[in-house]
Ligand binder design. Structure first.
Ligand SMILES: *Cc1c(COP(=O)(O)O)cnc(C)c1O
Length: 427
């Protein structure tokens, strides 16, 4: 069966034929390849194509696919039972590993998705402060819970509106929207609503509007403002955690939040996420405190085993992050060289092993800048990369993820592909 054929059937059974929208390839107007298997840096579709994978399941596969240690851990755990709904030693060991990697996680809880981690962190912050409003940034993604599917209305900083049908306006009203890399926009919200703001949530490197790194001083500024007003600073490290370094973005930039959410890498590719932070805040969570949060499959033994194996690999070999940086620099350079060579109107943003090309002449520092990029050009670039065997995110608004399984041959092929893809507009 071909991807084309199975996709037609999938579309009858699931909205858009998929279980998460970006997989439908709508932004690039193609049929998504259905995946048969993946190994190391390569991903194989059911049509017999092999690609070099720069999606990595949207982040988790930082070491490449099917790492023996992780697969073995999953097999062993599954053989002992796939779920108990009861405490295990392994989850305590994983909690300790997370705390050692990220000391601000004084106390934490495991959940099943990034969405759930963020939703729970915000509830804890509201319970702790007794306040209701939260601040998020335009273009940052924090999962699909109601209060976070909110965008700026016509007057930025004032009326916010749901970013999805089905989200009550009343929920949107409790979310204030600021502009990424614009401390003034944050300050004016706090001056107006400061005493009512429970938490400010931010992706320390925005990676869901394409990659937009924080400007120097931005994260420090958020730390100072939230402290001044007694609001909880939440770093959503679902993508950056264990990726920018073993200690995540907070270690990389040296700014310590009150609470943090992790997902993606922390579960080694299994459904698992974590939220936590200051002990006084986490002590508000049930059964110790009055903030309710629970999960039948939370701390699932198979997911915990995968997460432990993944963190052990990352924690035991700090050179992984140096290699990721080197490879990412090399790929970034290939983009820059080709942009220069073919005079493409494009910019590259990069933070560690996360990067994006935006087809615009302006520097990209916030969502408004992102929106100046030429999506038609992105589509053409995507098609060219795909035909060169590159499996990249089918959307301008997602990151290019570099992994540690890439070989020298993969990198050379990637350099050639980038050169080829950016040459297509040459007269
Ligand atoms: C992916 C992501 C989420 C949501 O995680 P899910 O596991 O998809 O629910 C939340 N925040 C950030 C920053 C993410 O990248």
């Amino acid at each position: 069966m071909s991807s084309e054929k199975i996709f037609r059937k999938a579309c009858e059974l699931m909205p858009g034929g998929v279980n998460s929208p970006v997989r439908a390839y709508r932004a690039v107007g193609m049929t998504p390849p259905f995946i048969d298997h993946a190994r190391g840096s390569h991903i194989y579709d059911i049509d017999g194509n092999c690609y070099i994978d720069y999606v990595g399941s949207w982040g988790p596969m930082i070491l490449g696919h099917a790492r023996e240690e992780v697969v073995q851990a999953v097999k062993e755990a599954a053989a002992r039972g796939t779920s108990y709904g009861a405490p295990t030693t392994a989850e305590v060991e994983l909690a300790e590993m997370i705390q050692q990697a990220v000391p601000s996680m004084e106390m934490l809880r495991m959940v099943n998705s990034g969405t759930e981690a963020v939703m729970s962190a915000i509830r804890a912050a509201r319970g702790f402060t007794g306040r209701e409003l939260i601040v998020k940034f335009e273009g940052c993604y924090h999962g699909h819970s109601d209060g976070l599917l909110v965008k700026a209305g016509s007057g930025l900083l004032t009326e916010n509106v749901p970013d999805s049908a089905g989200v009550p306006a009343a929920f949107a009203e409790t979310t204030l929207i600021a502009r990424y890399n614009d401390l003034e926009s944050v300050r004016s919200l706090f001056e107006r609503y400061g005493k009512r703001i429970a938490a400010l949530i931010v992706e320390p490197v925005a990676a869901n509007m394409g990659v937009v790194p924080p400007e120097p001083g931005f994260l420090e500024g958020l730390r100072a403002i939230t402290r001044k007003y007694g609001a909880v600073l939440i770093f959503d490290e679902v993508i950056t955690g264990f990726r920018l370094g073993y200690g995540g973005a907070q270690q990389y930039y040296g700014v310590i939040p009150d609470m943090t959410t992790f997902g993606k890498i922390v579960g080694g590719g299994m459904p698992m996420a974590v939220y936590g932070g200051r002990k006084d805040i986490m002590a508000c969570v049930s059964p110790v405190g009055p903030v309710y949060q629970a999960g039948t499959l939370s701390g699932n033994p198979v997911a915990v085993a995968a997460g432990k194996a993944m963190l052990k690999l990352l924690g035991d070999d700090p050179a992984i992050y140096d290699r990721l940086e080197e490879r990412s620099i090399r790929i970034e350079k290939a983009f820059r060289d080709a942009i220069e060579r073919y005079q493409v109107k494009a910019v590259i943003n990069r933070a560690g092993s996360l990067m994006s090309i935006f087809f615009t002449g302006n520097p990209v520092k916030c969502f408004e800048d992102v929106m100046t990029s030429d999506l038609d050009k992105f589509r053409q670039y995507f098609a060219a990369m795909k035909s060169c065997g590159m499996y990249i995110a089918p959307s301008q608004f997602e990151a290019f993820f570099v992994n540690d399984a890439l070989t020298e041959e993969d990198l050379q092929m990637t350099e050639r592909a980038i050169d080829r893809a950016l040459s297509i507009w040459k007269e």
